[in-house]
Design a protein around this ligand. Sequence first.
Ligand code: M6R
Length: 607
Amino acid sequence: MCGIVGYIGKKTAQDVLLNGLKRLEYRGYDSAGIATLDDEEQPHIARSVGKIAELEKVVAKEPQTGHLGIGHTRWATHGGVTEANAHPHHVGNIWMVHNGIIENYKELKAELKDVEFKSDTDTEVLAAFIDKNFAKGTSLKDAVAKAVKKVRGTYGIAVFSPLEPGKIVVARLGSPLIIGVGKDETIIASDASALLGYTREAVYLNDGELAVCSDDNVDVYNLNLKHLSTNTETIEGDLAQIQKGGYDHFLLKEIMEQATTLHNTLSGRIDPKNGTMHLGGPNLTTKEMKDLRHIVIVGCGTAYYAGLLASYYMEQLIPDITTEVVIASEYRYRSFHLPEHTVALIVSQSGETADTLACLREIKKRGAKTLGVVNVVGSTIAREVDGGTYVHAGPEISVASTKAFTAQVVAMLMFAGMIAEVHGGNKSLISQFTQELAILPKEIEKTLNEHHDTMKKLAKKYAKYDDALYLGRDTAYPIALEGALKLKEVSYLHAEGYASGELKHGPIALVDDTFFEVFDILDNWLFEKSIGGLHEVRARGGHALVLTDAVDKEIDADDVVRINTPIKQLVPILLNTLQQLLAYYVAVERGNDVDQPRNLAKSVTVE
Ligand code: M6R
């Protein structure tokens, strides 16, 4: 979604801003802009619809020479995708960028009868309020504090004014802002990836705080303007992680690097010799683990599907605990009841998803312990949970989530393994899972390498269809859902995931020879039942692609891709990597913007 960059220092601000905005491109956006203040304290602004490359063309015509500025990538919420609606917005003596949504902007606008608005955005209304306060002779800091106090909704803002040169004032509520502290320079960003290569030291602004930034200082205040002490934290990651590393797209890079990232997820957390798993972060006492009776897993999209798959494993490993998996956007408004001894796992790659964050806060209100299963270090969810685990998948740049899914499932599985141990669970099952986890990175690597060319070839064939069904049973069901989501996100093909057993309850009505079906079939006690569904689809002219670990069983389908692996329980994770390749190559075949699919944003920070 929207991204913010700000800079004050010795470098030409325009270059740092454009570079930072490019780093934020992956979040999804439809227009962009920068505003700078030159050394004669004259402001300059450039905005454009479309990609940063378009903005660069505009800037190239009139380069901006100043050393202070703010930049923004906009994902339209209020008002269409136009240059006038793009940020930064300028009202009176205020230049401002904003992430989030001002829910009461209409009310606020009604109070500003004398302002001639140039855009349809909620942002311009807030800028006008700041300007109004500022015009009364207060400092920029006081003007911002006074204005944001009136806001209902969410904001991350960066503001400058030629009347107070040399400073940028930032504030946040529900929308992340990180202030990178460099040598004689300060870089502001809504996402740590924009800071990499400039500095590793950063101040993470909390909700309800504002900061006055200059090239050599950061002063943080609460909204009552009480000065707060600040801690700098170290940003993780390096530049190589946010570059394509020789791949055509981040999506392919992230699919192919899963073996490596999974090593990081597992590192120090499994003990194959003793057949045990352990996570350090949950901060649960042995008594809390023993008492645990109910686990609720919360997430959106792929994170939800990761939770769903993990819940099947939890039911096996800790049968005395009830596991519930919920979609965050629904759960946050339900009158849900949490029994005593509940722990909530809050699953999010970005750690910023608005609905997931809202659930976390609702669950906390009800007194249950919250544990994060989060990838982005220092993200809002990671900061607000009671404990949890980082999944250590590294920066995921492509909008479609791949390696984070694998890491999330594995992290939750290790959590279940640890609890199972305390609950006196089935030792040989815990050990089997541990042994499988130990070899999973190698098996993922083997699967991806062995079947890469086949999936590419199959993608060429199936890219011609407009509709697809993904079907799976038991632990293959969540990955059928995930496979369909991945395909629709990047290829724009219509794809639906179903439990195979549901086929006859409706979806089979769709099947004819214009459809193709992906069957995720596990070589287990449910094999024959899964094959039944395949026959029914074939009998109706459907075109079936089977992904399976059954190496020697007869399967009558258009195409069959067989994985030969000693792994049994975790086969769905392997099959899913094939689905990821299929989605990727279908999208490439159809000429889509693979890493930034239309209409999507990497982290959905608004409802
Ligand atoms: O950052 P999160 O894990 O909280 O994001 C949740 C979903 O928005 C995300 O998984 C989305 O479904 C992806 N685009 C899937 O590829």
